[in-house]
Design a protein around this ligand. Structure first.
Ligand SMILES: CC(C)(COP(=O)(O)OP(=O)(O)OC[C@H]1O[C@@H](n2cnc3c(N)ncnc32)[C@H](O)[C@@H]1OP(=O)(O)O)[C@@H](O)C(=O)NCCC(=O)NCCS
Length: 173
């Protein structure tokens, strides 16, 4: 497994991965197979996207957006993620997310994002995503009513978070 920033030459593979995974993603996140060019344009200090890639085949395992990045005294970002078939449910997404977290918590002067806290906001009945948050060591912080506009309505979310003090980096796992 490896993680890297998305590139213009990922557009076709990304589109195919999202299309074949539409059923599995669609209940929870918008299906946007043609969204990679716009996502590439939006990359900046407030948004960093990582693709999780199967090194053996180059296949796209999943995508993780680190969004709403605020530095200063907060150093916080919110994670949003999707896994893609045929890799979904194999444990590879979880392995890739550990690498994303390493990158988020690595200091900026060492090439990371230099964050202190990460959030995952999940709809209460999204069991697979809640399992992912817990597997990654996030703690349940609370409940945020009507937090995000998804699928035609404002959806309640459970809020999970992890701060660097509770993070076990790669060399200690
Ligand atoms: C949420 C989501 C990203 C989770 O991804 P995933 O594909 O389930 O991730 P993984 O394959 O790493 O999941 C682990 C599963 O593999 C199994 N597994 C096998 N080997 C494993 C290993 N070495 N390590 C971890 N898990 C392993 C686990 O038991 C687990 O199965 P279970 O959930 O039935 O217990 C995915 O379900 C998804 O894209 N959902 C739709 C979009 C979405 O909800 N996004 C999040 C919105 S908040």
């Amino acid at each position: 497994m490896t993680i890297r920033a998305p590139r213009p030459d990922d557009v076709v593979a990304y589109s195919e991965a999202v299309r074949r995974s539409a059923e599995h993603i669609g209940r929870w996140n918008p299906i946007e197979p043609d969204a990679l060019p716009e996502l590439l344009e939006r990359q900046g200090p407030g948004l960093r996207t990582f693709l999780i890639v199967d090194e053996a085949t180059g296949g796209l395992v999943g995508k993780c957006n680190v969004a709403n990045i605020v530095m200063g005294r907060f150093c916080n970002g919110a994670l949003g993620y999707d896994s893609y078939l045929p890799f979904a449910g194999t444990g590879m997404m979880s392995e890739g997310m550990l690498l994303v977290l390493d990158q988020c918590f690595t200091p900026a002067h060492q090439g990371g994002l230099g964050l202190h806290r990460l959030e995952i906001n999940v709809q209460p009945d999204n069991e697979r995503s809640i399992a992912m948050a817990r597997r990654l060591g996030f703690r349940h912080e609370g409940f945020t009513p009507r937090m995000l506009f998804l699928d035609g309505g404002w959806r309640d979310h459970e809020r999970f978070a992890l701060t660097i003090e509770d993070w076990k980096p790669a060399e200690r796992r």
